[in-house]
Design a protein around this ligand. Structure first.
Ligand code: ATP
Ligand code: LTN
Length: 341
């Protein structure tokens, strides 16, 4: 492992196993992971179970959500042979490198993170130390593989910027050019899918209202009902995308339609110009169901055999460790640790 960081492209991304995978996770993350796999880029995808426990998780439930997320990756099109798919806690290098980064990063950097402020709420003193240090672990996830590209939704941009700051400070402090500067990849029509109840809030798996989101495992009737009840305004759809500037809920629905149908927003606007939501919503429900139904069906099949999912994750972890081990060993050497076994 030489100090000049290899700049061969490698994609890394992670999703937390915290239940209720949403259409936002699918469009903003999973679908794009599959695209990068299809382009033939070396890709590493991780079920970040260690991130999940920054807030309390019931152990038995956590085991289930880890397997469910692994099934969602595979059902969405991630091929565990072509890509590497594993759960974070099976590769101990994540925790080890995160500790080194905890000593490189500054506390003040962590307090500035929007996600920390949102999740800790008013009670920052009483949130877990892990919740505050979370971005150090995320930086370790990415840099442990010398990843160069990180596909994420809009909300994660700040964490990738912090990852770059940590990489730069490590390289500077130790006088090396070891860690690459990873680039966030935030592109496509649906980098921020909004809540069905409030077009100014992101669709979130942790929103208390189930009506605010479409879960990847919702059945066709539930999806149709949620879309029918989704908040909108009384106006019909205008002719252009710009005409939706002040209508966040309507924009969101059109955006979802465009992302799923593969059409441009303009083409969708042209198709539905002047139409009421009573016409648009059933059409939208149809494209959502057409995409999600086969995925949730395949998820159910996969989950019928949890031992096979565990085998896939175990094999993925072995392959991940093959990449991670020499990078971690070199990082420890740079820091000045003695390794004699
Ligand atoms: P929470 O909603 O509880 O904050 P989350 O869904 O943001 O959790 P993860 O499940 O770890 O957290 O996110 C996985 C990926 O899905 C990330 O890349 C994230 O940016 C993306 N993502 C999550 N929600 C959306 C959304 N509404 N629109 C687009 N992308 C999203
Ligand atoms: N913080 C991310 C999940 C995450 C991640 C990562 C994403 C953890 N480690 C590494 C990309 C790369 C979230 O909350 N969505």
């Amino acid at each position: 492992m030489s100090d000049a960081a290899p700049r061969t492209p490698r994609v890394f991304s992670g999703i937390q196993p915290s239940g209720n995978l949403t259409l936002g996770n699918y469009l903003g993350a999973l679908r794009r992971f599959v695209e990068s796999q299809e382009r033939g880029v070396d890709s590493v995808y991780c079920v970040v179970d260690m991130h999940a426990i920054t807030v309390w998780q019931e152990p038995e439930k956590l085991r289930g959500t880890i397997r469910e997320l692994a099934a969602a990756f595979i059902a969405s099109g991630i091929d565990p042979e072509r890509s590497i798919l594993f759960n974070q806690s099976q590769v101990s290098g994540h925790a080890e490198l995160a500790w080194i980064f905890n000593c490189v990063a500054r506390i003040g950097w962590m307090y500035r993170m929007t996600q920390f402020k949102d999740k800790a709420g008013k009670n920052t003193e009483n949130s877990s130390l892990g919740l505050l240090a979370y971005p150090s672990l995320m930086a370790a996830d990415i840099l442990l593989y010398h990843a160069t590209h990180v596909p994420v939704g809009e909300d994660q941009k700040q964490h990738i910027e912090l990852t770059r700051d940590i990489a730069a400070k490590f390289n500077h402090d130790y006088g090396v050019d070891f860690f690459p500067m990873p680039e966030p990849v935030i592109e496509g029509t649906a980098t921020r899918v909004m809540s069905l109840r409030d077009g100014t809030k992101k669709m979130s798996k942790s929103d208390p209202s189930d009506q605010s989101r479409i879960n990847m495992t919702d059945d066709a009737d539930t999806i149709a009902a949620k879309i029918r009840k989704a908040r909108t305004d009384p106006e019909p759809l205008p002719e252009t995308w710009e005409g939706l500037a002040e209508r966040p809920e309507a924009r969101n629905l059109v955006n979802i339609y465009a992302a799923l149908s593969g059409e441009t927003r303009e083409a969708v606007m042209a198709q539905f110009a002047g139409k009421a939501f009573s016409v648009f919503k059933p059409a939208l429900a149809e494209v959502v169901v057409a995409r999600l139904a086969p995925i949730s069906g395949r998820m159910r099949d996969l989950l019928a055999d949890p031992a096979e999912i565990d085998r896939i994750l175990g094999r993925g972890a072995e392959r991940a460790a093959e990449i991670a081990d020499p990078i971690l060993a070199r990082a420890k050497e740079i820091v000045g640790f003695v390794q004699s076994r």
